[in-house]
Design a protein around this ligand. Structure first.
Ligand code: MG
Length: 208
């Protein structure tokens, strides 16, 4: 039975934490401040609160202010600027090339950004699909809804899939529904719902 490799994007296939996430964070706070006509500090606090309650700034803005998600995502993810921060890696290409089975990307980021980053990494030919926050009706991982939606679209069962991710909460859901899990992280340690841990993506090998 051929395997389905499901890859997270940010901090899994490339480093988003050093430059990209701080920039997106800045843009999101600026957007909230401008949209709701509140100070940067108040916008920052509101985003903190939304993270706790909804797991994402966008979800809170939709629920409380009826913010148009497309506008928010376009204004906070300047694909041209952000893809300029991406670092190339030949090893990444080789790693993906060697893996047998279908590969897809499943990210909580918007599609226009995900596609731009994947293109910058020059790895687009290895993936047969990119699932973004739009694909799950703006319900981010680790929600069960998001995982089920993707599986339904793929027409696959969870046990056929390997989820490769840096985020523990996302891997916990993946494992709970029956996927194999690979943690890509230098800081997070292996736990009961992690089948394998690597510290960088280029250590990934065929998983049996
Ligand atoms: Mg990630």
């Amino acid at each position: 039975m051929s395997k389905i490799w499901i890859f997270d994007l940010d901090d899994t296939l490339h480093d988003a934490s050093s430059k990209i996430f701080p920039r997106i964070n800045q843009s999101m706070t600026a957007y909230v401040s401008e949209k709701l006509n509140i100070s940067q500090d108040a916008a920052h606090d509101l985003r903190d609160q939304y993270w706790k309650v909804y797991g994402a700034t966008l979800k809170g803005l939709i629920e409380n202010y009826g913010v148009e998600p497309k506008e928010f995502l376009m204004k906070t993810h300047d694909a041209e600027e952000l893809s300029g921060f991406v670092k190339q890696s030949h090893n990444l290409k080789n790693t993906l090339k060697k893996l047998k089975g279908k590969k897809i990307v499943f990210t909580n980021a918007p599609l226009h950004y995900a596609v731009a980053i994947i293109k910058s990494l020059k790895i687009q030919k290895y993936f047969s699909a990119v699932y973004s926050i739009e694909s799950t009706n703006y319900n981010p991982k680790p929600s069960l809804y998001a995982f089920r939606k993707i599986l339904r679209h793929l027409g696959k069962k969870a046990h056929q899939c390997v989820m490769v991710e840096d985020d523990l909460a996302n891997l916990k859901t993946a494992h709970k529904i029956g996927m194999k899990t690979v943690l890509v992280s230098k800081k997070n340690k292996k736990t009961v719902f992690i089948n394998k841990r690597i510290t960088k993506i280029t250590q990934l090998k065929q998983y049996n």
